[in-house]
Structure formats: C-alpha cells, structure tokens
Design a binder for this molecule. Structure first.
Ligand SMILES: Nc1nc2c(c(=O)[nH]1)N[C@H]1C(S)=C(S)[C@@H](COP(=O)(O)O)O[C@H]1N2
Ligand SMILES: [Mo]
Length: 263
C-alpha cells in the first residue's frame, strides 16, 4: 500500500450527530472512576509523580509520555467492565453514506477473493485452524446498530451482522486464557486486543454491513466490530487471528495511538 496517510482533517460535510456524542460523553463522565482518573492525570506535577520522571529534557518527556500511555492501558483495562454494553441505536439513526477510512485512499482498497479466502487461526488454539467463508456464514449470526468513533475526528452509526466473537473463539478451541488476540489484515494492517474485550458480548466477527455482504471498502470479507473500542481497533479484511501472550502492538498503536483504545 503506497501513500500512507499520517493525518487527516475531519470532513465538515459529515453529519456528526453532535447531540448523541455529547450525551455519550456525559454518560461516560458520570462514572465516578472516570472522574477520578481525570483528576489524577490532570496536573503536570501529578504526571511527574506517577511516571517518576523529572521532565527536564526531551528524553525524559518521551519516557514520561510512554509511561503515561502504558499506565493508561493498565488503568483502562482495570476499568473495563466486561458486562457494560456500548450504546445501541435505532436503524433510523444509521449514518448514510457510512464513511470509509483506512491508511490509504479508497482506490487502493484490497480486492480479497471470496472463493480462495481462508481465515487462519494460529497461536494458542487447540481446535479448527482454517475456516472458509461458507463455514463462517453457517454459524449463528446476529446484528447490532452501534456508533463507530474514529480518532481523526468523526463518528458514524452503522449496522453490522456476523458471529459473536466469543462464540467463534470457543467453537474454534481457542485458549481464552491467552492475554492477547492479534489480527493480521489483507492490506498488512494489524491490531490487537485484550481477552476481556475479545469475549465481550458485543464484539462481533462481522460478515455483513446494513444487511448485505460486507462491501470491499468496509472490510470484505470480514471486519471485527468492537463497539467498546475506537475505530483503529476494528480491523477490516482480516486474514489471520493469533492467540498469544506476547504483546502484538498494532499499525497505529506502534506510532503512538493508545493501545487499549477504548471509546
Ligand atoms: N485493514 C484495515 N483495517 C482498518 C483500517 C485500515 O487502514 N486497514 N483503518 C481503521 C480505522 S482508523 C478506521 S476509522 C476504520 C474505518 O472503517 P470504515 O472504512 O468501515 O469506516 O477501519 C479501521 N480498520
Ligand atoms: Mo480511525
């Protein structure tokens, strides 16, 4: 994939649905543990105390920022409630057209063939490691209307259908005591998530968008939809899934985006 994008200015033409975003944010802030975290991270002095860095030169500032980011990962993982559901919306609120985003432009979307496609499961897995699309479509399917939030400054509501990821992992004999689940994509994108998020009831291995087979631009043949996470933690065009205890990182995460990436 050429012409990687580093930064993009939000498109002002996109309907941002400001009211619902503000409502979601207010609900978030109502949680007492969020307020506590906000207060604790508010001052530079507090950051120095937390990170044990004196912030007198660029190197120590970088070290501090790295420490705060991994502190955030740990704190977010602790605060993540596996039973708390992301908001769902009526179909009338679906954003049309749903935006496309990737680290390249839309004319470079990978063309993954359906017939030869195989999903590979590797790492800490005891059961079935190779899945065809037909086999995935034969599993029980469900659908959800949720909000996708991109760190670049837009959000949109969409409807995705597919297999509950927890069901799939159990069926495939995945070792759910593994720490991480990593995703490798046909466009060489990759990301990874923690096991509680993988097993969250709203985390879906999606095969459809808005009732039809997932179009190429939205991730054919499959996108992992995680409504409790930001857009960059929702991999499209997945070709391999690895269960592992070794920290896998991710395409954007390795360039500084927070690894936990909760919304
Ligand atoms: N394979 C792959 N997955 C990806 C990306 C990508 O570049 N490649 N970009 C991520 C980002 S930053 C966003 S916001 C969403 C966009 O998904 P959409 O095109 O369905 O809106 O895909 C995520 N998953
Ligand atoms: Mo994104």
């Amino acid at each position: 994939m050429n012409s990687p994008k580093r930064h993009r200015i939000p498109d002002p033409a996109l309907p941002l649905d400001a009211k619902s975003i503000i409502k979601d944010a207010q609900n978030e802030l109502r949680l007492p543990q969020r307020r506590l975290l906000g207060k604790r991270l508010l001052t530079l002095g507090g950051l120095m105390l937390l990170s044990g860095c004196d912030l007198t030169n660029d190197k120590s500032v970088n070290t501090m920022l790295q420490k705060v980011s991994s502190f955030n990962d740990d704190a977010q993982a602790l605060l993540f409630d596996p039973r708390k559901l992301a908001p769902t919306y009526p179909e009338s609120m679906i954003t049309r057209p749903f935006p496309f985003n990737a680290y390249y432009d839309i004319d470079q979307v990978p063309d993954v063939g359906a017939l030869n496609y195989r999903l590979e499961l590797n790492g800490l897995v005891k059961g079935k490691r190779i899945w065809t699309l037909d086999q995935l479509h034969a599993l029980p399917q469900e659908s959800q209307v949720t909000r996708h939030i991109c760190i670049e400054g837009w959000s949109a509501i969409g409807k995705w259908g597919g297999v509950r990821f927890a069901d799939f992992l159990l069926l495939a004999g995945a070792d759910t005591t593994a720490k991480y689940v990593a995703f490798h994509c046909a466009d060489n994108y990759w990301t990874s998530i923690d096991m509680p998020t993988a097993l969250h009831p709203q985390t879906l291995l999606t095969l459809t968008y808005d009732g039809s087979i997932l179009p190429a631009k939205y991730g054919f043949p499959m996108k992992l939809r995680i409504p409790t996470k930001l857009g960059y933690k929702n991999p499209k065009h997945i070709v391999a899934i690895r269960l592992t205890n070794a920290f896998p990182g991710g395409y954007w995460e390795n360039q500084g985006y927070n690894w936990f990436g909760g919304s």
